[in-house]
Design a protein around this ligand. Structure first.
Ligand SMILES: Cc1ncc(COP(=O)(O)O)c(C=O)c1O
Length: 385
């Protein structure tokens, strides 16, 4: 009987093989038919210390023995309190931590916080600026602030309009900054700018410099426009530092984290915000509360996994491991960069990208599935977005 499972980003009509994975350890996965595969996609960029890190597994087992899941509206628990304190210690200016369960929801929450801030301070603003080519998730809000394309064409009528800044590629930096400055000065001011700091991930691993990120932040600050950093992909060491924003020396007004928050072991996300944004929602008026929740908000087992992840970052030489990976990737990239099939080799921390020529060059290029099949047969698990 064929499987009833409907997989994400999978065209079932092509009947491509869907291997069953039975075990994971470190960088490896084992399939039901006994193959060992390198998880080169880090299970969709979530796994940061390798699979089944012993401290994270122990924290999950220990937490599961005590408290599984409780409602979080009006109730709390120690793993969520400890985690919030740990996160605030990482980014002290963002004193408030709102839990959700995926990167997309952390972005939805960020957008709602921004609009809620303006509504509750009686200055209704609702225009959101984004960077061309961005990706912020697959919910309606996430898609609305992300690039439009084949992935969201069918839902286009439901997506809300945004203001789009050109991507600050080499030579286009002034155009990006000028566009933001103009939007900030317009009679209908912006509510917020949302960016993927330093690198557009799913949009094609497009890198821009920390100085540009710092400039964008400064323009927003000058015009009282909220600055949202979506570090769902860039957080937890991917760009070489714990957070990408660190490299620009900036702190956003709102920060989205997920993926590596639990070291990749459990689904969890946070949206962190400044006291000003929290205070705009704090009132004796119940109509001003932050109207967002999902059933599994701050699941205690997921929070315990995240607490173990934070302890690993504090106590193990994670930064050295990140540096080591980045150095090894740079060496390999040097050897590859001149290959005639490869263009635009680039690197940021542990993210290394190359372009492989294809006349049609779109997401639907047949080169992608061909390469995937090749690598799947050779051993590494890759994925295209
Ligand atoms: C920058 C960014 N934001 C948001 C998301 C959405 O996260 P999730 O897939 O957990 O909903 C992703 C996922 O790749 C991402 O890269």
């Amino acid at each position: 009987m064929s499987s009833p499972v409907w997989h994400p980003f999978t065209q079932h009509g092509l009947s491509e093989p869907i291997p069953t994975v039975v075990r994971s350890e470190g960088a490896a996965l084992w399939t039901a038919d006994g193959r060992r595969i390198i998880d080169a996609i880090s299970s969709w960029w979530v796994t940061t210390h390798g699979h089944r890190h012993p401290r994270i597994m122990a924290a999950i087992a220990d937490q599961a023995a005590h408290l599984d899941q409780i409602i979080f509206a009006g109730w709390t628990h120690e793993p969520a309190e400890t985690l919030a304190q740990g996160l605030v210690a990482m980014v002290p200016a963002l004193r408030h931590v709102f839990y959700s369960d995926s990167g997309s929801t952390s972005v939805e929450v960020a957008l709602k916080m921004a609009l809620g801030f303006w509504a509750n301070t009686n200055q209704p603003r609702h225009r959101i600026a984004v960077m061309a080519g961005s990706y912020h998730g697959d919910t309606i809000g996430g898609m609305s602030v992300g690039a439009r394309g084949v992935f969201n064409q069918a839902y286009e009528p439901l997506l809300f309009g945004v203001e789009t800044l050109p991507f600050p590629g080499p030579g286009d930096e002034e155009a990006t900054l000028g566009a933001l400055e103009r939007l900030c000065r317009s009679p209908q001011p912006l509510a917020a700018l949302i960016v993927e700091p330093l690198i557009l991930g799913a949009g094609g691993m497009l890198i821009y410099p920390p100085e540009l990120l710092a400039e964008l932040r400064a323009i927003c600050a000058r015009h009282d426009v909220l600055f949202i950093a979506d570090e769902v992909m860039t957080g937890w060491g991917r760009t070489g530092t714990l957070l990408a924003c660190e490299q620009a020396g900036i702190v956003p007004d709102i920060l989205c984290l997920s993926k590596g928050l639990t070291g990749g072991a459990m689904p969890l996300a946070v949206t962190m915000a400044t006291p000003a944004i929290f205070e705009a929602h704090r009132s004796t008026d119940r109509a001003k509360m932050f109207f967002h929740s999902s059933s599994y908000t701050a699941n205690p087992i997921a929070c315990a996994a995240a607490n173990a992840n934070l302890a690993i970052w504090r106590e193990e030489p994670v930064r050295d491991r990140v540096l080591n990976l980045a150095t090894r990737q740079a060496e390999r990239l040097d050897a590859l960069a001149d290959h005639r099939a490869i263009r635009n080799a680039r690197q940021l921390g542990t993210i290394t990208a190359v372009e492989i020529g294809d006349r049609h060059g779109s997401y639907l290029s047949t080169l992608g599935p061909g390469l995937l099949g090749f690598f799947r047969d050779q051993g590494p698990l890759l994925y295209r977005r």
